[in-house]
Design a protein around this ligand. Structure first.
Ligand SMILES: [Fe+2]
Length: 214
């Protein structure tokens, strides 16, 4: 379809978002099932309910604009979901899988934020005030979901990863007897900051190649 006007581009974007939301309604239950932290699972389940509402809201936008409700397959969302599915098949410790699920979910949120932000602006420019209001509501929800995921990543996943490391095989086998520390040069010992410690804890065990390959 030739996109000859801003109205055409607006409708095209709405169809893309409609497809993206419908794909997410199918993918979120799988993500919730794969999450091990109850708070993360609850966040995915809650966002599923929100996402279903967003599909209904898009129905309202189509109705408001007097155009036929139709999805056009969002290949970007399909790709993001596919990447998430590949992650879920990886052999990972639960806390690391949770961290990976949060990354996948935030990529989805950022895609949606870009799409809804543009669609909302197009609606305003075209004088479709009610449609702009509806799209803004969803845009706000996506922003909230993104913030919540950031909060979970900081508070939950890093802590879990750190605990697993302390309780697991990364734990030092036996502490060497303490010796009197030699005099240190000015500047003192290089203490690890909490973020560094969490990053080290989150480092995957060595297996099948380099960690940065994915
Ligand atoms: Fe959404």
């Amino acid at each position: 379809m030739a996109l000859k006007s801003l109205q055409d581009l607006f409708v095209e974007e709405l169809k893309d978002l409609y497809s993206a939301e419908k794909q997410l309604v199918k993918a979120l239950p799988e993500m919730a099932k794969a999450a091990s932290a109850p708070e993360l699972r609850a966040a995915f389940e809650e966002h599923l309910v929100v996402t279903r509402g967003q599909v209904v809201r898009l129905d309202q936008v189509f109705e408001e604009l007097g155009i036929v409700r139709k999805a056009k397959k969002c290949r970007a969302m399909a790709g993001l979901i596919e990447e998430g599915e590949e992650l879920m098949k990886e052999d990972m410790r639960p806390a690391i899988l949770d961290a990976a699920l949060i990354v996948a979910a935030q990529k989805v949120e950022h895609y949606e934020i870009a799409g809804y932000g543009s669609a909302r602006t197009f609606a305003r420019l075209l004088g479709a005030t009610r449609a702009a209001e509806l799209l803004q509501l969803t845009l706000d929800e996506e922003g909230e979901a993104d913030k919540k995921l950031t909060g979970l990543a900081c508070a939950l996943v890093n802590l879990q990863a750190s605990e697993e490391s302390t309780n697991g095989e990364d734990k030092p086998k036996k502490r060497a007897p303490r010796r009197k520390a030699p005099a240190r040069a000015a500047g003192g010992s290089p203490r690890r900051s909490p973020p560094q410690a969490a990053a080290e804890a989150a480092r995957p065990r060595q297996r099948n190649g380099a960690a940065g390959e994915r």
